[in-house]
Design a protein around this ligand. Structure first.
Ligand code: PMP
Length: 402
């Protein structure tokens, strides 16, 4: 098990801001020195464009870029590296699948199934594709605790559903959905499944073959890597069938004015100069996560979650949103009589960083009939002292405002 206190020393942000209580990890994580160094080293020592040049630097850049694909494939236990497509993040990956997998398949009256706890990124792309194809967006409900209604899910699965897109962990409620069970239920009805692993990838080992998942997406920046990076994993049979996403350089086999033939996967989906530095660096971020161990990270998040819930429940007027039996290190709450933005602003002035608002999940706010929550979300470098400071900070706000 790692020591969060020691780990903080590997994150330069805490040297610059020693008193920082960073509890907005569901939005993005801070970056360790090794990741920052990897990006710097790329630009200082290996920078060139990929796939075209034959000189040494170009070969190195290509090796780093394609090496990262191999690394990502190992990280997910993907059968082949070519099933890993580099994207700019989770949002980009979902849009790619909505446009290139769902769009060509959907007929009027068909359905796309999502859950009521999806991030807008795993909602709007499906909603828009359904609108364009006169298909229906169907939604799996959740209960007051924030747990998916698996009975309703089973009733909603039918041959008209062309894809089920589901988050593994809710960025607002913290609920950990039983994705293995859900994928099996969906497959029993012939429904392919996309898993949004944005919130789970750092704390849950994703074995795409064991899960038999059709598509899986995540963002590099939530797993200690650079912004503007992400992964789409897909089953080979689907990726091969899908048309390209964007058109341009890098994704072709042969071009004339009359006709273009496209490169095989994965390059068919990677038009233009990619985020080479980001992709190269993402491999280092994955090494970092594996060096800590996803099981250890999950255990640490559970410790902080338990301490946070205990601390906050002792504060008068606290309401929690998301009390699922299986819950990750994300706590959404409100305090009677205090606007979430006021709470987050005053805490921010004390270097306690939490998020206020709808967290890109407006339907969750509608379900609870609230405008927003404040959200504390934990990561590897958070300590029990951070939780204490959060509790003290909230109590101080209560004193100031009462
Ligand atoms: N899905 C979930 C569950 C998320 O938490 C987020 C980011 N908050 C996203 C999708 C979107 O990720 P990105 O903005 O990196 O594309």
């Amino acid at each position: 098990m790692f020591s969060p206190q020691q780990l903080r020393q590997s994150f330069p942000v805490f040297q610059h801001f020693p008193n920082l209580v960073y509890l907005d990890n569901a939005s993005t994580t801070q970056k360790p020195q090794v990741v920052i160094e990897a990006e710097r080293e790329y630009y200082e020592q290996h920078n060139a464009n990929v796939h075209r040049g034959i000189y040494r630097l170009a070969a190195e850049a290509t090796a780093l870029y394609e090496g990262s694909r191999e690394r990502c494939a190992r990280f997910l236990n993907a059968p082949q590296a070519k099933q890993v497509i580099f994207t700019s993040g989770t949002t980009d990956g979902v849009n790619l699948v909505a446009q290139c997998f769902a769009f060509p398949r959907l007929e009027p009256g068909d359905q796309v199934l999502i859950s009521a706890m999806e991030h807008h990124s795993n909602l709007i792309p499906w909603q828009q594709v359904c609108l364009a194809k006169k298909a229906e967006l169907k939604v799996i409900p959740f209960n007051q605790q924030g747990e998916l209604d698996l009975q309703a899910l089973q009733e909603l699965l039918n041959p008209k559903v062309k894809i089920l897109a589901l988050t593994h962990i809710s960025n607002t409620l913290g609920t950990i959905n039983p994705i293995a069970e859900i994928i099996a239920l969906a497959h029993a009805q012939g429904v392919p499944v996309l898993v949004d692993a944005a919130q789970s990838i750092s704390s849950h080992q994703m074995d795409v073959q064991a899960l038999d998942v059709d598509f899986l997406v995540f963002s590099g920046h939530k797993i200690f890597g650079p912004t503007g990076t992400g992964i789409l994993y897909g089953k080979e049979k689907w990726l091969k069938e899908m048309p390209p996403y964007r058109f341009g350089g890098e994704m072709i086999r042969d071009v004339t004015f009359a006709k273009t033939t496209f490169a095989p996967i994965p390059h068919k989906f990677e038009a233009g100069t990619p985020n080479i530095a980001g992709v190269a660096t993402l491999a280092t971020a994955l090494d970092f996560v594996e060096s800590l161990g996803q099981n250890n990270i999950a255990a640490h998040l559970q410790t902080l979650l338990a301490a946070g819930m205990e601390k906050l429940s002792s504060i008068p007027g606290v309401q929690f949103y998301g009390e699922a039996a299986q819950k990750s290190g994300i706590i959404s709450f409100t305090i009677d009589g205090i606007h979430p933005h006021d709470l987050a602003t005053i805490l921010g002035q004390q270097d306690i960083c939490i998020r206020a608002g709808h967290h890109c999940t407006q339907p969750i706010m509608d379900f609870y009939e609230i405008p927003g929550t404040v959200r504390a979300s934990f990561s590897v470098y958070n300590t029990l002292e951070d939780v204490t400071k959060l509790g003290e900070g909230v109590n101080n706000v209560l004193k100031v405002m009462s």
